[in-house]
Design a protein around this ligand. Structure first.
Ligand SMILES: C[S@@+](CC[C@H](N)C(=O)[O-])C[C@H]1O[C@@H](n2cnc3c(N)ncnc32)[C@H](O)[C@@H]1O
Length: 330
């Protein structure tokens, strides 16, 4: 197994500063990826880290980092949405810090066989783990209506109906199995828009989010973090698009007892429910520096939000009711 990663960690210093590990702390890196955050946390204090990733190849690549920090890094295969159960199996029920760096890694994007890229030909897979329905399954079996819904909701694609119609017409001639095939269908259906982004960008984003239930995972992950963090424990979440950032922002607003706008069309509602379970120090999200974006263009859309756990009990988070998780599961 090749142990090198091509992933460049995003806002790693900012994340370590937000989590500020101390000697003896127990930290969770919920999205281990290339291990950049775990390594930085382990270097910054004599803490221990549980690194979770749903992608078995990320775990398999980690052997050298495990050797670098003997006895301090434990890798767990699974999803961060299930981290309460995954850590319980390790005998851990409370932690001092949790990092989530959402989405896919460069290792996943660059491996054409994983099917995440519309620029390299590969099978239409897009599963970060090895279970569940693939993008190919969705594209070839879901109704036109359901496809349009996925592209609109998860890709914020305004031409979702035109793309869904083109997919249904193309698959009538034979199954769509390759990434470039789908990218060409999108390009023919909607052409290049004024914004200059590739016409398949939003469709691929939507399929990836749907295939991996990324928003459901985020809702479960935030709730799990609230259950696991000790009073004074820190949470840091790096997101890459507005759907994710909106969920993190709303969750932290609600949990820190600030005014919640469920919708901008509704009057503001003061959160007068249970005691605040998080304290948010920086109200605005932190963005990467210009220097970092120049060095790593993938960082350009990143936003970091962080918060500190209070002693108040955890409360179930209903992401649908909070208006951040679409009810649509076609
Ligand atoms: C952006 S990368 C993380 C990079 C990492 N912070 C680093 O510095 O190398 C995201 C990683 O999280 C994993 N991932 C995404 N969603 C996940 C989930 N719900 N549970 C566990 N791992 C997940 C992906 O497989 C990928 O390896």
């Amino acid at each position: 197994m090749n142990e090198t990663t091509s992933h460049i960690s995003v806002m790693v210093q900012e994340v370590v500063a937000a989590l500020s590990p101390r000697d003896g702390d127990v930290m969770v890196d919920g999205t281990f990826g290339g291990g950049g955050y775990s390594r930085a946390l382990l270097r910054s204090a004599r803490c221990s880290v549980y690194g979770i990733d749903r992608d078995p190849s990320a775990i398999a690549r980690a052997a050298s980092i495990v050797r670098e920090f003997p006895g301090r890094l434990t890798l767990i295969s699974g999803t961060f949405g299930a981290m309460v159960q995954l850590l319980a199996a390790q005998g851990v029920d409370a932690v001092d810090g949790i990092a989530l760096d959402l989405g896919m890694s460069s290792d996943q994007l660059e491996e054409a066989e994983r099917g995440f890229s519309f620029q390299a030909d590969g099978p239409l897979d897009m599963r970060m783990g090895s279970t569940g329905i693939s993008a190919e399954g969705i594209v070839n079996t879901y109704s036109e209506q359901a496809l349009a819904g996925i592209f609109y909701v998860y890709g914020e694609e305004e031409r979702s109906h035109a793309i869904a119609r083109a997919i249904v017409a193309a698959r009538a001639k034979g199954p769509i199995t390759r990434t470039l095939e789908l990218a060409n269908i999108c390009a023919k259906a909607i052409g290049r828009g004024a914004n200059g982004i590739h016409p398949a960008t939003r469709t691929f984003q939507a399929l990836r989010i749907y295939v991996n239930d990324e928003l459901g995972e985020l809702a479960r992950g935030l709730s799990a973090a609230e259950q696991l963090l000790r009073p004074g424990g820190r949470l840091a979440v790096v997101s890459f698009h507005s759907l994710e950032d909106r969920m993190v922002k709303r969750f932290l607003q609600e949990r820190s007892g600030r005014v919640v706008h469920a919708s901008r069309h509704l009057p503001p509602r003061a959160s007068n429910g249970p005691a605040a379970s998080f304290e948010v120090t920086a109200k605005r999200a932190i963005a990467p520096s210009k220097v970092e974006i120049t060095r790593n263009p993938r960082a350009r859309s990143a936003k970091l939000r962080s918060a500190t756990r209070t002693a108040a009990p955890a409360i179930p988070f209903d992401a649908v009711a909070a208006g951040v998780l679409p009810e649509m599961r076609a």
